[in-house]
Ligand binder design. Structure first.
Ligand code: GAL
Length: 686
């Protein structure tokens, strides 16, 4: 009781002493290099409660709150009447507690008056029904009226907060996800096609519409198809969707830019492996990529989650933010188990290791009503900490301690994996084997490459590649001419390219390549795919990478060029594949090109990865570590930093290659012993 009184007094004193700073103010310092944040919804609580919440945040080392992203009905209670004073008070209150603010534009949750007055702003579902008020994301992203209203809203916010020194950035909307299938949107799609294909003859040829009498004689005949349809049409719709999200975003982004300080970043929170639109297209206008990282059911899968981090880092090819992550548990899975004690902290360091500069928990406190009453939080309904709060507070201290060492550092990899939405969509539309998941395929390559090299970038096939010693393209099913040129140039300049199964089957229109796979890379490879086979049972493979199996898929390869070598062969299976090449490689000057036609089992994939790294001369960034220990190297102008996290179920000891400063413990050491979920931040002693 006594300590509670002292704490309250301390809060009051702190508030009183800091009050004068608020109004004219500048924050005492720029925002920290490692940001610990939370989603805060001041509009759900009386203003008299805010200081207590902010003080508790401050005590946990929280330095950022994201606010406002669903508050449209509070910002604009009726058309054209804006009420932003409350947010001004909330931002000032946060500033008093040394907490910076990211403002979300509220367009993911339009108010009832808006969609009632302008029903065309509601999206139309694929079955023709109109969505309704009461959830979120019910808006039509292509509708001009909705764009005007959401732009006006964003502009009001930017005019008011664009130069507020406590506001460090903007999040546009929230998790773009839903399209609309109304007639006006379809007309926009048809106009988009006309702009892209110019003539119907061109479109008909490139989509081979003589098939099933699909030929179009006027643009308004073209339908929207999303799952089963002409592959050229399916891909075009997805590209239209992506471009429309980009212009939807730009509409608000331009309004914010026009009225805000250039130091305020603009981002949107994306969703890891979600493939509703091409994230490379949508990211290009942003200052910062960010994503919402939820484990959901089970425990953290450090490979698929780590790859999702690397994917997000690849959108703008620089550090990113984790704008939302779960404080323990979510509410939307079949079983919403909590992460283990220590796992939330371990996950935060895994995020930072992959290049995140911020980790922000969704959410601070549960709204008393609303759809997410069961979701994890940092304080309970009574406004006092839940058990996890202490773990987050530990992170808060650690972020302060390690911040200066990690400031200005980023991830630098020798290995890149190529990822393309076109290819993922194309495979998913025609999996041919229903168990074939292109993300799982990518992760099957990622896992051993990450373990053995300790750092992997994931970038799109048109990204600059010359900095990489090894580029691996699993399932690069759709390969445009420009992308093919990029890959050929990379190999000819001495790079090592490895193509995984199902690569380069289609061109940029999702049309089959006439040279068979890998299309424009056949002559560079000096070989090709003669036939592909969907498999019910795994088939044996053997060769330079030992003996193992190919699962789900097998591509019978052939070599034409005498320099092209066979690395692996299929064993006895369906007769067609027996003893035929399963992986081939060819040296091209100082570079090389390899094609793997087998979907290798994990042990064989590890050997294949070792071969790829050895021939490309890639070393592990830190050196060998015990199984279960993840190494996350970051580099900056002042040298290297290694974050280690132990995900094994027993303590592990890592012998370091040189003497290092243990940043969190203020010691110098040549070995570290980590308990399960233990973390170490190390930098070589100078
Ligand atoms: C995210 C969303 C948040 C919250 C969270 C719950 O997808 O952006 O607003 O709903 O899920 O896990």
């Amino acid at each position: 009781m006594k300590s509670a009184v002292i704490a309250r007094l301390a809060t009051l004193l702190c508030v009183l002493t800091l009050t004068p700073v608020i109004t004219h103010a500048q924050p005492a310092e720029p925002y920290p290099p490692l940001v610990l944040g939370t989603a805060w919804y001041p509009e759900q609580w009386p203003e008299s409660r805010w200081d207590a919440d902010l003080e508790l945040m401050h005590k946990a080392g929280i330095t950022m709150v994201r606010v406002g992203e669903f508050a449209w009905s509070r910002f604009e209670p009726s058309e054209g009447h804006y009420e932003l004073d409350w947010l001004d008070h909330a931002v000032a209150a946060a500033g008093r507690h040394g907490i910076y603010v990211v403002i979300g534009t509220p367009s993911a949750a339009p108010p009832a008056w808006l969609t009632q007055k302008y029903p065309e702003t509601l999206r139309t579902l694929e079955d023709g029904r109109r969505d309704q008020h009461g959830n979120r994301q019910q808006f039509n992203w292509a509708n001009p009226k909705y764009r005007q209203l959401s732009r006006d809203m964003a502009e009001q916010l930017a005019k008011r907060f664009g130069h507020n020194p406590f506001v460090i950035g903007w999040q546009i909307d929230n998790e773009y996800a839903n399209e609309s299938y109304d007639e006006a949107t379809r007309a926009q799609f048809q106009a988009w096609l006309k702009d892209r294909y110019k003539t119907l003859d061109n479109l008909n040829t490139r989509w081979t519409t003589s098939y099933w009498s699909e030929t179009y004689q006027s643009w308004d005949q073209v339908p929207i198809q999303t799952k089963y349809g002409n592959p050229g049409l399916l891909l075009s719709w997805k590209r239209f969707v992506s471009d429309t999200w980009r212009s939807y975003q730009k509409n608000q982004l331009d309004a914010i830019r026009a009225h805000s300080d250039r130091h305020q970043f603009i981002t949107t929170n994306m969703m890891g492996w979600f493939d509703g639109y091409d994230h490379y297209t949508v990211s290009q206008d942003l200052d910062l990529a960010s994503w919402d990282d939820y484990v959901g059911q089970g425990q953290l899968d450090r490979y698929s989650n780590g790859a999702a981090h690397d994917l997000t880092r690849g959108f703008l090819r620089k550090n990113f933010w984790v704008m939302e992550t779960q404080p323990g548990a979510v509410n939307w899975q079949k079983i919403n188990n909590a992460l283990d004690k220590g796992e939330v902290r371990a996950m935060a360091w895994h995020d930072i290791g992959h290049g995140a500069d911020a980790v922000s928990y969704w959410q601070w406190r549960s709204a008393l009503n609303g759809q997410e009453q069961y979701h994890g939080t940092l304080v309970g309904t009574d406004g006092t900490p839940v058990p996890l709060y202490a773990e987050v507070a530990q992170l808060g201290k650690e972020f302060v301690k390690a911040g200066p060492t990690l400031a200005g550092t980023s991830v630098r990899s020798d290995v890149a994996i190529l990822h393309s939405y076109d290819s993922r969509w194309a495979i998913n539309w025609q999996r041919h084997n229903n168990t074939y998941d292109p993300v799982a395929e990518l992760v099957s390559y990622y896992k051993p490459l990450r373990d053995l090299s300790q750092s992997v970038d994931i970038v799109n096939p048109s990204a600059p590649l010359t900095q990489y010693k090894l580029v691996v393209a699993p399932g690069l099913n759709v390969l445009s001419d420009a992308e093919a040129k990029n890959l050929i140039a990379y190999v000819e300049q001495g790079g090592n390219l490895v193509l995984g199964q199902r690569s380069a089957m289609k061109d940029g229109d999702n049309t089959l390549q006439t040279e068979r796979q890998p299309g424009p890379l056949v002559s560079l490879l000096g070989g090709r795919v003669d036939q592909y086979y969907a498999l019910i049972d795994p088939v044996p493979v053997s060769g330079d990478w030992g003996t193992g199996t190919s699962q789900q898929w097998a591509e019978l390869l052939s070599t034409k060029d005498p320099d092209t070598k066979v690395l692996m062969r299929f064993g006895k299976s369906n007769g067609w594949l027996d003893d035929q090449p399963a992986a081939i490689t060819r040296k091209v000057g100082k570079g090389s090109i390899t094609y793997i036609g087998a979907y290798l089992d994990p042990a064989s994939m590890t050997k294949a990865a070792k071969w790829m790294l050895d021939m490309s001369n890639v070393q592990p960034k830190l050196g060998t570590v015990p199984e279960g220990v993840d190494v996350y190297p970051r580099e900056g102008p002042h040298g290297k930093v290694y974050i280690l996290v132990n995900f094994a179920t027993t303590p592990q000891t890592v012998t370091l290659p040189t003497s290092m400063q243990d940043v969190l413990n203020d010691t110098t050491t040549t070995t570290v012993t980590l308990p399960t979920y233990g973390v170490s931040v190390l930098t070589p002693t100078r």
